[in-house]
Design a protein around this ligand. Structure first.
Ligand SMILES: *[C@@H]1O[C@H](CO)[C@@H](O)[C@H](O)[C@H]1NC(C)=O
Ligand SMILES: *[C@@H]1O[C@H](CO)[C@@H](O)[C@H](O)[C@H]1NC(C)=O
Length: 635
């Protein structure tokens, strides 16, 4: 979200969301249903696919715990409160419900953005777990939104409009007079994306109708603008309007939605990226990433390679030149110069939404080219940024907006308007609370992929896959990343290739089938392939040796994070404050035990414990160190 305006106004509240879940559903697969709503079109340029949400289940792990906390929250949150701003804006009774605070406060300019995230999270919960509470919440909410939308005549709004703030904000936007800090299309995108997910995952036709009506309103509103007026409109953050409208074309086959999607092609951002120029310096980061995701969708609907170039170049530039060791990007929500890292290690680094969006972009690109590099980044960012963005001590799984990288900082340091805390049940509703509920209800969505002849194992996460297309199941058992080994057990039979990602951080990876080491190539940053006729009960054991490594700031080799295999470690400084990055004597690092990822080391002459950054909540930490000497050869 764009909060520059709000920061100065000091009007924002604080924080996030949680999720929870039903333990009985974890244990066995629910039968995979046929796709609820099949897409109307075939994507162009796509050669590899992810499984539907219901085909993969998390099993006991840190990941499942996160999901559980978020599910607890989304199944608990009061729907009447969430309807308040929609009903009041569209002149319906709020039925005595309390209003919310934070970004859903009735006076907050872009109120009603959060509800779209809840729709997506409930839809994902249903799709994954067949959880009827989530389904019923989603369909009730949409039915109420339909009533809100139907009251537009009485509210003085054009047909199809649906939002928590007046339609007149769009008139101000179109005429360059919007000064209240609203980002109105950003909110419309969230609402549309949530409705799309409720339609396609649950099959709710109300959601489809409300969505098409709102999309029709967007069409009317934008059709009357000249190209240059439309380009000016896009100087205000507009989320992934090109994304959701291209999706609407994919799901309905109605080409008018592609036309509307392409009105949201932002030339000032797309043109330099099309020619691979890094002009990101100074741009609000999370305003850009959704446009790039939209570019991949527009590519897949048109086959126009320029869209793919834009998205691939944006990904390369951001991952290689604007990202911290934990995979996050941005400082004070903005991109800075290419490779400018060392000077931007502050309390407001790594906005959560940006990484949520970068992961979406990564998936879209992988589908066009299943390169292991994409999952090196995916693993790095999900494990080291988003997993620990949620507070594990909070049963509602509240989150932090930024992930501070300043030496001696702590998670849950919010922006000033956030009260310097974790998100809360009703008084935050920040953008990152919204994307956090989505992330933690789809942690399983990218573990596996497939193509016509292969299964891809992208991530090492305890899980069960029902590959119904081949009547095969895969059970992955692992304590990764504490352990360097994962075991995949095949149920069912057939001839196909298993492609296992060999991460860039390993060397000497080995793969055994039924205890016999295979002589196959295991080059880091590629997929190792086992081609075989599988029998039920076959087990594949993958060992990915880990070692300590440094991830230096791009612009200063002496300032570095320490990782063990995929896991970024951070120093535990308790409640001590620090004025600068301590100097870590690299040769002093020693793993405490093979059953944990705790290490000891010497920094500024004192002993410090380093542990996985994803578990660093509730204390002051150090991620980037002034490094001295070299890493020990054995740990
Ligand atoms: C899920 O979270 C709730 C609330 O935090 C907890 O009571 C429950 O035991 C958890 N269930 C599982 C399966 O972890
Ligand atoms: C690089 O980082 C080190 C460690 O913090 C610091 O001492 C040094 O001054 C930095 N170099 C530059 C050029 O900023």
């Amino acid at each position: 979200m764009f909060r520059t305006h709000h920061r100065s106004q000091g009007i924002l509240g604080s924080f996030v969301a949680c999720l929870c879940l039903i333990s009985s559903l974890i244990v066995s697969f629910s039968p995979v249903k046929a796709v609820v709503v099949p897409p109307a079109r075939t994507e162009i340029g796509v050669s590899s696919y992810f499984f539907d949400l219901g085909q993969v289940q998390l099993t006991d792990s840190r990941w499942l715990d996160n999901q559980n906390r978020t599910l607890t929250y989304i199944k608990w949150v009061d729907l009447e409160r969430l309807l308040y701003v929609f009903r009041s804006n569209h002149k319906l009774s709020t039925n005595g419900a309390s209003s919310n605070g934070g970004w859903d406060d009735p006076t907050f300019p872009f109120r009603s953005h959060m509800q779209g995230h809840f729709l997506t999270a409930w839809a994902q919960c249903w799709a994954t777990l067949q959880d009827t509470t989530c389904r019923d919440r989603a369909t009730y909410f949409v039915a109420e939104l339909a009533k809100v939308q139907a009251n537009n005549g009485n509210a003085g709004f054009a047909a199809g409009y649906l939002s928590g703030f007046p339609e007149s904000d769009f008139t101000l936007l179109e005429t360059g007079k919007l000064t209240n800090g609203n980002v109105p299309y950003y909110v419309i995108h969230k609402t549309m994306a949530g409705l799309l997910d409720v339609w396609r995952h649950i099959g709710d036709t109300n959601a489809k109708n409300v969505l098409l009506s709102l999309a029709g309103w967007v069409n009317q509103r934008t059709a009357k603008l000249s190209t240059s007026q439309m380009q000016s409109v896009m100087n205000t953050e507009f989320g992934g309007m090109n994304d959701v409208l291209a999706e609407l074309y994919y799901w309905t086959g109605d080409s008018q939605w592609l036309t509307v999607a392409q009105r949201f092609d932002h030339a000032a951002v797309f043109n330099p990226l099309a020619s691979n120029q890094d002009q990101l310096n100074g741009l609000h980061a999370n305003t850009q990433v959704p446009k790039w995701i939209g570019a991949t969708r527009e590519y897949k609907q048109t086959g126009t390679s320029r869209y793919l170039d834009i998205a691939r170049n944006a990904w390369d530039i951001t991952v290689n030149h604007h990202s911290y060791a934990i995979g996050g990007n941005s400082q004070a929500e903005h991109f800075h110069g290419s490779d400018a890292i060392a000077g931007y290690l502050t309390d407001d680094t790594a906005e959560g939404c940006n990484t949520y969006n970068m992961l979406k972009l990564t998936r879209e690109l992988w589908a066009t080219n299943p390169s292991a590099n994409y999952f090196d980044f995916y693993e790095r960012a999900l494990l080291n940024h988003l997993l620990g963005q949620q507070n594990p001590r909070d049963s509602h799984g509240h989150i932090t907006y930024f992930t501070p990288l300043k030496a001696g900082s702590t998670r849950g340091v919010g922006p000033a308007w956030g009260g310097g805390t974790w998100s809360t049940d009703y008084s935050s509703f920040w953008c990152c609370q919204g994307t956090g509920t989505e992330t933690n209800t789809k942690l399983m969505d990218s573990i596996y992929g497939y193509d016509s002849s292969s299964l891809y194992v992208n991530l090492f996460t305890p899980s069960k896959l029902k590959w119904s297309q081949r009547s095969v199941t895969i059970t992955q058992t692992t304590n990764f990343p504490v352990s360097d080994t994962t075991t995949l057990t095949v149920g069912g039979s057939g001839t196909w290739a298993m492609k296992i990602r060999i991460p860039s951080w390993t060397s000497g990876a080995t793969i055994s089938v039924n205890g016999q080491q295979q002589s196959i190539t295991t080059t880091p940053a590629s997929y190792a392939t086992i081609s075989r006729t599988w029998k039920s009960g076959d087990t594949v054991t993958v060992k990915l040796p880990m070692s300590l490594r440094l991830i230096a700031a791009n612009d200063n080799k002496s300032l570095a994070a320490v990782a063990y295999g995929p896991t970024v470690l951070s120093g535990n400084y308790g409640s001590s404050t620090l004025s600068s990055a301590p100097t870590l004597t690299l040769s002093s690092l020693k793993r405490k035990s093979s059953s944990s990822l705790d290490f000891t080391g010497t920094a500024n002459g004192a002993t410090v414990t380093l542990s996985p950054f994803y578990d660093a909540q509730g204390y002051n930490y150090v991620v980037y160190w002034a490094v001295s000497g070299s890493l020990p050869t054995t740990t």
